[in-house]
Design a protein around this ligand. Sequence first.
Ligand SMILES: Nc1nc2c(c(=O)[nH]1)N[C@H]1C(S)=C(S)[C@@H](COP(=O)(O)OP(=O)(O)OC[C@H]3O[C@@H](n4cnc5c(=O)[nH]c(N)nc54)[C@H](O)[C@@H]3O)O[C@H]1N2
Ligand SMILES: Nc1nc2c(c(=O)[nH]1)N[C@H]1C(S)=C(S)[C@@H](COP(=O)(O)OP(=O)(O)OC[C@H]3O[C@@H](n4cnc5c(=O)[nH]c(N)nc54)[C@H](O)[C@@H]3O)O[C@H]1N2
Ligand code: SF4
Ligand SMILES: [Mo]
Length: 723
Amino acid sequence: MKSRPTHQTHYIACNLCEAICGLEVVLEDGKVRSIKGDKLDPLSKGHICPKAVALQDIYNDPDRLRKPLKKSNTGWQTIPWKQAFDEVAAGLKKIQDQYGKNAVAVYLGNPTVHNLEAMLFGPMFFRTLATKNRYSATSVDQLPEQLISLLMFGHPLLVPLPDLDRTDYHIIFGANPVVSNGSLMTAPGVTKRLKAIRERGGKLVVVDPRRTETAALADEHIFIKPGTDVLLLLAMLNVVFVENLQSPGNAEAYIRGVETIESLVKSYPPETVATFTGVDPERIKLLTRGFCAAKSASCYGRIGVSTQEYGSLSQWLITVLNIVSGNLDTPGGTMFSRPALDVLVRSPKRAKSGKKGFADKHTRVRKLPNFNGEFPVAALAEEIATTGDDQIRALVTNAGNPVLSTPNAGQLDQALNELEFMVSIDIYLNETSRHADIILPPLCSLERAHYDLAFQTLALRNGARFSSPVFDAQDHQRSDTQIFLELAWRMQSGAAPGKFLGWIKKEVLKRLGSGWIINRKLKQGPYYDTHRLDLKKLRQSPHGIDLGPLQPCLPERLFTPDKTIHLAPEECLLDLERLDSDLLRHQNSTAPKEFDLLLIGRRDPRTNNSWLHNSYRMVKGKARCLALINPQDAGSRDIRDGDLVRVGSRVGSVEIPAALTKDMMPGVISIPHGWGHNMDGTKLGIAEQHAGVNTNILTDDCHLDGLSGNAVLNGIPVALTKP
Ligand SMILES: Nc1nc2c(c(=O)[nH]1)N[C@H]1C(S)=C(S)[C@@H](COP(=O)(O)OP(=O)(O)OC[C@H]3O[C@@H](n4cnc5c(=O)[nH]c(N)nc54)[C@H](O)[C@@H]3O)O[C@H]1N2
Ligand SMILES: Nc1nc2c(c(=O)[nH]1)N[C@H]1C(S)=C(S)[C@@H](COP(=O)(O)OP(=O)(O)OC[C@H]3O[C@@H](n4cnc5c(=O)[nH]c(N)nc54)[C@H](O)[C@@H]3O)O[C@H]1N2
Ligand code: SF4
Ligand SMILES: [Mo]
């Protein structure tokens, strides 16, 4: 007799992007039958995007690594876990004994922050390395936002969030949430939320060199020349003060530096910036008036403004605009979250020493500033390749693919060959991990528990949700918790006695796991007394718990020692001088331009940076790695739709099919990142057949946001030719 199929339904949060949508995963006979949006998740209300369905492909992927790999003369061999841990620790210790602690570097990739165990237990291991050579995807991403939060509010995680659900006027600079699903604002179903602004009579404006999917929803789309947002923002602030539109409201009592802003923006009237930005002066005035007159308004900028030459200044001015127009810490403006598990604690040691955590250390070769204990990743290749004390000889990557994701990737790819030892903690043998000597693969998302420490903190409603694993791990697999604790335990012999992770403590922590820590922290959190919110309660509420809309919390929540907002940090004022001298140089330059177009990036609904391309359903259909070009720029070069074109920059060149579209601003071309899976020695059967090209061959490690050291990934001068 045939046995009846067994069904099981799991409710989990998707951890692929910042939207953390609730999912309903149905298993039939132990296999995924369907993945759908969880309608009862109070934040995502059933929203889902095509990527979530690929979670099962990662789980099932025969290319995904499940056992440690070791490189040998005859290729890769699987080795037992104990041997892998022992050899990794021995390899790292050998390098540090010979060359000093800083000879080992660490790079943390984006999925690290989407992984509870890596967030909780990773630091235990990384601390044992005691190296100042720490890098992460932060410096190809949100470093400017975090730096500005540190300088203005005193904490790098106190990031103002646009209160989309209540705002009456929303301006988006350099973000395409309809495709990216939102970033530094956890707003699942963001398309609906944006449409709702207009439905309730509000206004949506998008400033972007491409008419994007988000621009298509807006009342108004403004083309801007890449890299010039800083000038547009200065001009908007000029209008605010010239026309006396400022009204900081309650914040007036605890902001410092309004007069400084008022006087510095005087030199940037809309008429002056128009030639640089390409934005008509009248339009700037109307935009500013509309913004300031609205009952509530929020201005938001993301990767398109952060990863440009004046990324930090742009993020600073966006925040200043929100503040002087009375739109900080008020419903419909920009607000701060109050998460159940509050990650915003300031180390008392740092507070006492008055150290900011910015620019108190510099890289060895180019003297780039540190931020939050990390250096800009644009410096990684030269720190490996340049001889001398503290030269990097070994690297540990965790959930990162810098060979595809960081500027002048060709140079980094070369530099990684020079390392004496490399370890990748990664689930794939890909463009980066192929350089490793040993790869340690942890579990994938469907195999582990999750509580979103990072993105609950950025959510547009306060809330909490705990997900249990859908699948049990196999005996031959190890979790992030096990990997990090085993490595930490092996590495820290010689550590200070109080910090020593003894064998017993390691074993106890492994057994208690992440759930125990989450429970403890929830009990210390702001909703334990009021809501009895602990792990038990979260387990009883598999769809998650809503803790209400964001609430005003200033000035109490400020972390600045004087509990005021620093509107005009001196670091920003200094960088403004760089802007002025650059503009002057630009105006007086008569040099012929070899690179006469500007390159920007793009995201696709079925990509997740570089690493979902081994799921067939994410790459099937027509190719997506195309160069978008305005017909005017194509015509003058005799380029037709579909032609293969060569795009070259100071550091490299790629050949890629062209797609002509008037959605591009003339003079600007767009290539998405995360592609280029045609490198030797990877194990990505599907991605290799849909390789695309690596746009970071073109981006320049010497072209940085001068204040923060963040990479410039938008506004790269390039030449476009027929090959
Ligand atoms: N589908 C998908 N979703 C993702 C990701 C993914 O790879 N794929 N990645 C995730 C990650 S890690 C992040 S950080 C977020 C990022 O989220 P977003 O910031 O929304 O990312 P993008 O879609 O790249 O949008 C950036 C926009 O900036 C515009 N732009 C470029 N240069 C300039 C400029 O100089 N000025 C202005 N004003 N605009 C400019 C681009 O045309 C583009 O529309 O997305 C996340 N979500
Ligand atoms: N030109 C250009 N470049 C960009 C951007 C751009 O807009 N334009 N965007 C930048 C941004 S915003 C970001 S965040 C970076 C991303 O840069 P990275 O973080 O360096 O790269 P990812 O593509 O996210 O690679 C993630 C890696 O983690 C592995 N992985 C996935 N899940 C897990 C897991 O659970 N555990 C472990 N251990 N490994 C896992 C994958 O196999 C992959 O190797 O790219 C940046 N690069
Ligand atoms: S929007 Fe992000 S969190 Fe939501 S289903 Fe898609 S990938 Fe997952
Ligand atoms: Mo990112």
